[in-house]
Design a protein around this ligand. Structure first.
Ligand code: SF4
Ligand code: SF4
Length: 185
């Protein structure tokens, strides 16, 4: 017992106990939670991260047929809920601290996506990538009851236009098929 205490104490005289930050990369414990950063290649702009953010640190803006998401570190609490909620692993908390800047609004990460416009009224409805992701999943999981044309109808016509009276019979037929399938499984 005594020898281990002496050994431990000697360590403080033989090697440095502080880190040479910022000259070297500091030690980050496992599961360290730094600022979240978007992966533009993987993100599909579904907004799940923004919906779950308890600090309201992620803003979503839609303009000129594009959707932009921005996480501002000035509000972020580094809780990692956005990382957990993302269905495609496109936002990660970095191993990073000390992000100095003279402009507090420079602390952020952003992604931008093109949007699909409603083919009936022209209103932007969903990002192109999110629509592709939903289409792929619907074909995989419900391809036997929902045809590609119906899927396209849902992904290229906004909710308001879908609810118009002339589309109700088609929606009713689809709903019945989905319910019948649900009862059989
Ligand atoms: S980071 Fe993930 S959850 Fe957030 S918009 Fe992109 S795909 Fe959706
Ligand atoms: S880490 Fe938490 S607070 Fe920060 S953006 Fe993600 S969900 Fe919001």
């Amino acid at each position: 017992m005594k020898s281990s205490i002496i050994k431990e104490a000697l360590k403080y005289f033989t090697s440095p106990v502080t880190e040479a930050f910022p000259a070297t990369k500091p030690y980050f414990p496992k599961k360290y939670r730094g600022p979240p950063v978007y992966d533009q290649d993987k993100c599909m702009g579904c907004m799940a991260c923004a919906h779950v953010c308890p600090a309201d640190a992620i803003t979503v803006t839609e303009k000129d047929g594009k959707r932009a998401l921005e996480v501002w570190y000035g509000k972020c609490t580094f809780c990692a809920r956005c990382e957990e909620a993302c269905p495609v692993d496109a936002i990660h908390l970095m191993e990073k601290y000390g992000i100095p800047s003279e402009d507090k609004f420079a602390f952020k990460s952003t992604v931008t996506h093109d949007m699909v416009k409603c083919k009936l009224c022209g209103k932007p409805i969903i990002t192109v990538r999110h629509a592709e992701w939903i289409r792929k999943n619907l074909i995989e999981k419900m391809g036997d009851i929902v045809g590609p044309e119906e899927i396209d109808f849902f992904l290229t016509v906004c909710r308001e236009c879908r609810h118009k009276i002339e589309n109700i019979p088609e929606l009713r037929k689809l709903l019945i098929r989905v319910l019948v399938k649900g009862e059989k499984t």
